[in-house]
Design a protein around this ligand. Structure first.
Ligand code: TTJ
Length: 640
């Protein structure tokens, strides 16, 4: 253990606090998976964003370093390094005391949503090493820690100056502790997506992202002066838009409300809520306030325009949000959260204030833009028309008492009914499906072959989705129903298989099919993904057959390179073009056998990323993007 100069009672408390974090990291950062790992970066970045919101910082630089550490640098005022009570510098208190952040940060807006705002001390406790460099008052000061414990000796309770500068700012560099995290490789696509989002939410901020870990250095600057409007345009960039984005802002009771929305020609809604720059994946009171008021306003307009007659019932909220992309971003001085992942905003005053601002501003806009108003109501009319068909389709489907799994002869179910142990493989192509059927462990492994491309659910309306034979078979097989729009009939406790394994070829078409399936799950059964039931099978790309020694399956090109370098003597190489080429025993050895196969668990960091990828895949542009899509579909969606 490193020596500390003031090793008194307060230090012992500090060590106990940090030890608690190291013992139960999941309690503080959600998980020790890649998601939790990336959160370390966001945790640090959020402090710089707070400094930006306080009006003192306009640039944040995030670097993924070649040694696996991450650096976050800002040009704010710099964390206070003066001596504080308890014989410690303020900076030390920030990095060693749980939840000390707020005391030193004079920003009115706490970032205390969900997994965020747990404090820089948590990052410190979970890092092999962490260095803090503060530039202020003409000097550069440096402090450092190992697994949360300070390693720099204070002189008269103060950090020594290590140089001079005219600049101000804070730089943090940290290396996550490999004994705590499953993997310590930051996922650049997720980090970039999150930083880009932060840039949209803070139009006067520039965020630089740099990745120095690869041979080819990556440098991206995120600066989005158009803010929420730019964000909406980005989300809708490959969609058929109905009108230009509408933006409004307002303030009441100390709560600031900002909102942008735009309709597209699609049969679903995408309404995202943020509080103090943090995405609320479970929504909450700000979205309730927005939706309720918006529904009231649009029904009132529809009646006064004569689109709804006296005898007609109102449009439902879902009708009215048909095709809507919206972002509601509020700043609240004291946010509270509830829900399973503590990401649902709970403040009642947020509903009230958002509702009031929305009422004022939307009416002000539509009073002056009647043509836009009419096209937006047109989207609701379309939705209302198909609503009845949809309800019919749904009742038809659910009213059939028991589905015979074999009704269409496709599902080969497993014998066990112990969901915990059961797996279902969704296999692309009939020939691979056939091999899989004869190779599987019949007790616990079910096989569902699907042909070609399933329906693109992003673009299809619900009745078409439910009429699709393959999708029906899947919903029936899983056993938990589906959820969309009208009521939520999805019940994950009824899931019949603990693992749903997508088995597609390791090529562009395979990635496309996997993405279509993920889109289906994401839209109609999102809990499957959130609760970690969805996996991708990883069939090998090659089989190396040496003249002497054992055959070996190689799962990617890196593995092949390694084999070439390390293998002595000659070998023949078989390249698999697809699952269909493998016979049953090969398929069992490489892809089905739980003790030998490779699976990737699907983790979706956020809704925007999922829709991004699907967008790219579904968009009408094709060939030149395929390579890109394949790479990103793999990297961004999956926890490799
Ligand atoms: C607090 O009030 C006095 C002036 O400095 C304010 C402050 O805390 N500024 C500040 C903190 N700027 N940047 C940070 C910060 C930056 C990073 C990257 C990480 C942390 C924990 C804080």
């Amino acid at each position: 253990m490193a020596k500390v100069d003031t090793y008194d009672a307060s230090n012992i408390t500090v060590l106990e606090g940090l030890e608690a974090v190291r013992k139960r990291p999941g309690m503080y950062i959600g998980s020790v998976s890649t998601k939790g790992l990336n959160h370390l970066i966001y945790e640090i970045v959020d402090n710089s964003v707070d400094e930006h919101l306080a009006g003192y910082c306009d640039k944040i630089h995030v670097t993924l370093e070649a040694d696996g550490s991450a650096t976050v640098e800002d040009n704010g005022r710099g964390i206070p390094i003066e001596m504080h009570e308890k014989g410690m510098s303020a900076e030390r208190l920030v990095f060693t005391t749980l939840h000390a952040g707020g005391k030193f940060d004079d920003s009115a807006y706490k970032t205390s949503g969900g997994l965020h705002g747990v404090g820089s001390s948590v990052v410190n406790a979970l890092s092999d090493r962490l260095t803090v460099r503060v530039k202020k008052g003409g000097h550069i000061y440096e402090d450092s820690y190992e697994r949360g414990i300070p390693t720099v000796e204070l002189i008269n309770g103060l950090l020594p100056s290590i140089g001079k500068t005219r600049e101000t700012g804070t730089t943090i560099n940290f290396l996550p502790d490999g004994t705590i995290f499953d993997k310590t490789w930051f996922k650049e696509e997720e980090v970039k997506s999150r930083l880009h989002e932060t840039a949209y939410l803070n139009p006067n901020l520039t965020i630089v992202f740099e990745d120095k870990r690869k041979e080819e250095l990556e440098y991206v600057e995120f600066h989005e002066p158009e803010g929420l409007v730019g964000f909406i345009q980005d989300i809708n960039r490959s969609k058929e838009i109905v009108h230009e984005p509408i933006y409004f802002k307002g303030e009441s009771e100390g709560i600031t409300v900002e909102c942008a929305f735009q309709y597209v020609n699609e049969f679903h809604e995408n309404v995202l809520g943020f509080c103090n720059n943090i995405f609320n994946s479970e929504g909450g009171t700000h979205l309730t306030g927005f939706k309720t008021m918006f529904t009231t306003i649009m029904n009132t307009y529809a009646r006064s325009l004569g689109i709804l007659k006296d005898k007609d019932a109102n449009f439902t909220g879902t009708d009215i949000r048909n095709g809507m992309t919206a972002i509601v971003s509020i700043k609240h001085p004291d946010p509270r959260f509830e829900g399973q992942t503590k990401t649902k905003l709970d403040n009642q005053d947020a509903a009230k204030v958002v509702s009031k601002v929305t009422g004022d501003e939307v009416v002000r806009f539509f009073d002056r833009n009647v043509e836009t108003l009419k096209s937006v109501i047109g989207c609701a009319e379309k939705a209302a028309k198909i609503r009845k068909n949809e309800e019919k389709a749904k009742t038809n489907m659910l009213s059939k008492p028991k589905y015979s799994f074999d009704s269409n002869g496709k599902l080969s179910n497993c014998e066990s009914r112990d969901a915990e142990k059961c797996e279902i493989f969704i296999v692309e192509g009939d020939s691979a499906g056939g091999s899989a059927k004869s190779a599987r462990d019949r007790m616990y492994q079910a096989i569902l072959p699907i042909r070609g491309k399933i329906l693109n659910v992003e673009k299809a309306s619900i009745d078409k989705v439910l009429a699709n034979a393959e999708i029906k078979t899947m919903i029936n097989a899983f056993g938990c129903g589906f959820s969309e729009g009208y009521g939520n009939d999805f019940d994950i406790s009824k899931l019949r298989y603990n693992k749903i394994i997508i088995m597609a070829d390791a090529d562009v078409d395979g990635a496309h099919i996997a993405t279509l399936l993920l889109t289906l799950f994401y839209r109609f059964m999102p809990e499957l993904i959130y609760e970690g039931h969805v996996y991708l099978a990883m069939p090998p790309l090659y089989k190396a057959m040496p003249s002497k020694g054992e055959e070996e399956y190689l799962y990617d090109d890196a593995a092949l390179d390694k084999y070439r370098k390390t293998h002595k003597g000659t070998f023949t190489l078989q390249r698999y073009k697809g699952l269909g080429e493998m016979d049953a025993s090969q398929l069992w050895e490489t892809t089905l056998d739980p003790s030998r196969r490779k699976l990737k668990q699907v983790e979706i960091e956020d809704a925007r990323m999922a829709s991004d990828i699907t967008e790219l895949l579904m968009g009408s542009e094709v060939p030149p993007r395929k390579e890109f899509i394949y790479k990103h579909a793999k990297e961004a969606l999956l926890d490799v």
